[in-house]
Design a binder for this molecule. Structure first.
Ligand SMILES: [Mn+2]
Length: 368
């Protein structure tokens, strides 16, 4: 029996506040649904961040309704969990997935389903603050996994092996009894052996953040299709989506450079290496070349080597994570986890979630 594994579709995201970029995320999702139906999959597991926000635009809600109806007509079931973007971090909040009767929504209270003898179990994103709860739940699900010939675990978490300081889970925390670990949250492709089978992150279906560009150019965007009997990474098929927006990373300095052919409608991430006082001039020159060809040019100034050296002397060459670690010396583990989580959501441009995290943290703190 074939199934598809999709994650991080971030529907409703409106990158650079452009209509085109909002539409791109819908188009990739529709293309994925086309392929899932064409390939004869019997079910889909979606590993979280179906939507970009817990209160999605109505347009995103409608697109999901349409695509779920198409899947249901083709007899394809849809299992999913809430990712950190689908979740309003507030007690009693209702995730948007609840709107759809076709969705098999896996929650801590009701984490498991069985389809044609295959176990499909999953949990929503659980922050590092609640690491112990997550580990206990995983142990429980692990015991359930042992009882099935084929078993799929659906999670939306960062694992230490693939992520820096921001991980919530160690690889060793994952129970070994599942045959397919359907993961989401990391926006790049990972496919490895684990437990009784394979561990997979299909990554996002569009370029959600500019740090995904290099991986996208190399590996594309898409999702996985596997047989429920698959036990080796080689048995899992990568489906590359063809309609994903082109992204290009260009580097220029204040002297300028030859601009390679920019495909019509591509998004260009332009990194201008020049001193701050020459930025305006370099920017104008670059835009004269790129305007009219690119859909959008996302410009960042990169400090010159001399500026970089000056900054490194001030900061002692530490990266963000180490720097934060130094500030947090003497704090409790809980406080450290809170600070890292707060840094992460603010870094992702989600101040509302930051406020909620802080409220939650201080409410618990006040209760002591
Ligand atoms: Mn995501």
């Amino acid at each position: 029996m074939l199934f598809a594994h999709l994650a991080d579709t971030h529907l409703g995201y409106r990158q650079y506040n452009l209509d085109e970029r909002e539409e791109d995320f819908y188009r990739s999702f529709r293309e994925a649904v086309d392929r899932i139906i064409d390939e004869g999959c019997r079910f889909v597991v979606h590993s979280g961040d179906l939507f970009d926000e817990p209160r999605p635009h109505v347009r995103a809600l409608v697109v999901v309704r349409e695509e779920l109806e198409r899947l249901a007509e083709a007899g394809v079931r849809f299992y999913c969990i809430a990712g950190n973007h689908d979740l309003l971090m507030r007690r009693g909040a209702v995730p948007p997935q609840r709107l759809y009767p076709q969705v098999e929504f896996l929650t801590p209270r009701n984490p498991a389903r069985v389809q044609d003898g295959v176990l499909i179990a999953g949990l929503p994103y659980i922050s590092k603050l609640h690491h112990r709860v997550l580990r206990e739940k995983l142990e429980e699900l692990g015991r359930l996994g042992e009882r099935y010939g084929s078993s799929i675990l659906v999670l939306h978490q960062g694992i230490d092996r693939y992520l820096g300081v921001e991980y919530e889970l160690r690889l060793s925390d994952l129970p070994g009894s599942f045959t397919y670990y359907a993961l989401g949250h990391i926006h790049k492709r990972i496919l490895e052996r684990h437990g009784r089978g394979v561990l997979a992150y299909p990554g996002s279906t569009e370029v959600w953040r500019s740090d995904e560009i290099d991986e996208y150019e190399r590996a594309g965007k898409g999702f996985y299709i596997a047989h429920t009997d698959a036990r080796e990474p080689e048995d899992v098929e990568w489906v590359r989506l063809a309609k994903v927006r082109r992204f290009l990373r260009l580097r220029m300095d204040s002297e300028g450079m030859e601009v390679p052919e920019v495909p019509e409608g591509a998004v260009v991430r332009l990194e201008l290496r020049c001193p701050a006082e020459r930025f305006q001039e370099a920017y104008r020159r670059a835009m004269r070349v790129l305007a009219g060809r690119a859909l959008y040019v996302d410009v960042r100034r990169v400090p010159t080597e001399e500026e970089g050296r000056r900054r490194a002397r001030v900061e002692g060459g530490l990266d963000e994570g180490e720097l934060l670690g130094r500030y947090l010396e003497g704090c409790t583990e809980e406080e450290k986890a809170f600070a890292r989580e707060l840094l992460r959501v603010l870094g992702e441009g989600r101040p509302e979630d930051g406020v909620r995290l802080a409220e939650e943290f201080f409410r618990r703190w006040a209760q002591r």
